[in-house]
Design a protein around this ligand. Sequence first.
Ligand code: NDP
Length: 502
Amino acid sequence: GNADVGLIGLAVMGQNMALNIADHGYTIAVYNRNYERTREFMAHCERAEPSRGRILPSAELAEFVQAIARPRRIILLVKAGAGTDAVIGQLLPLLDRGDLIVDGGNAHWLDTIRRERELDAAGFRFIGSGVSGGEIGARFGPSLMPGGSAESWRLLEPVWQAIAAKVDPATGRPLEGAAPGRPVTGGEPCTALIGPNGAGHYVKMVHNGIEYIDMQLISESYWLLKHLGGLEAGAIASVFRDWNEGELSSYLIEITSDILQQKDPSGDGFLVDKVLDAAGQKGTGQWTAASALEQGVPANAIAEAVFARALSAMKEERVAASAILQGPEVQREANATHLVDAVRNALYCAKICAYAQGFQLMASAQKTYGWQLDFATIARIWRGGCIIRARFLQKITDAYTRDAALSNLMLDPYFRDALHRGQDHWREIVMLAVRNGLPVPALSSALAYFDGYRSARLPANLLQAQRDYFGAHTYERTDRPRGRFFHLDWPAPDRPETETGT
Ligand code: NDP
């Protein structure tokens, strides 16, 4: 065979990535379990795709494999989990040693570690690659987060660099304007080898966790402007359009502005007011929060964003409770201009904390799993293509370029100054929300993180004493060196404290 690449799984993501690859001049063999999907895709290509001549469909898996030049590069975009294992199982007997399988699905990183080990032992190459940017990203330039060996990456790199989103190196902004048959060329590609085995999928997962909190923070900000400011959706759309010109400039702020100004196509008023307030989720946010809990990393705002979706999903229960449980009457703020400014600062400060938590989590995971992550590079490849792309990410790249071992993003001078500038507003907004009974779990938990992290002393002294009281868990003392542990037979007015060794 002489196809440059193969791709299995022609649902939304697979179709769009196949077209992206073909638009970059590669010949690509495609296969889908259900051939009807392949036929529909080829019919669409015939109608509308300039690169259709480079897309080679197969009805049979064996024929598909034979169509690809060796060593083969085969991309999977199938349902994550059992679907991926099923397809790998069917592929293996048909492959030759040295062939490369690339899993572009949202795999759990532990599955990716297992698959890489199994395939490596069998003489095959494997890369688990995060793909971000939804269907539009897949079509015109996603952010790609591959994990695997350096040799595997050498096989995939040209394709991944070609199809990834591109960023203008001078401004750090994504290059736009791609169209079918006319991909963007030049610029810095939003991809780099993240690390071995599961590193790429882990980083993609954290990306999604950050996406959850970013969206939740924006939604809370909108809610405060609506209820405290009395602004209607169209007016809030203008606020977000203004914000998109400054330090908050990002894809999510931009689409929020578009969404808020959308009129209801089947009625009066704004569409957003008619959209049911029950959020869905597909699991990567949950994985991020669970991984933080497991490693003991305080990513509380990220977890809070997952819980906020869960609470929203209890729509009927909330409606029933709203008739029983009472809170304060919402008082409008008289000065809307000030409110807008304060919410903007609160949002920016909380966003800094949210990203700090995401990067802390990755810093912990690299120790747990034996990776060496380059945080400047991770922020760099998130500047384009992905859902959290933002001007802000250039600042994170700058921070980790200044200090690759930075222990927390909040300590970087740029972010420290931003927090110092914005925190009065941030506190004011959280207080206003609390006083008015408007829930702001993300804005407030991020603030608790900031205040906790910058506190030399916390009430955990009492907590440790409680643990020693009921469980003899021992405590360290502020007036003795770390690593010396003491115990008291509580309640013990006369008995001496004992040192229990290290
Ligand atoms: P889906 O996750 O809905 O998966 C559908 C595809 O998987 C179909 O091609 C289906 O084939 C195939 N499939 C499922 N089970 C099997 C199986 N046992 N054997 C063979 N093929 C199987 O498609 P999406 O395009 O939404 O996503 C593809 C992957 O990309 C997923 O892992 C997803 O998590 C990930 N992803 C999705 C994003 C998105 O925005 N949608 C963004 C980033 C990543 P058939 O037609 O025969 O049923």
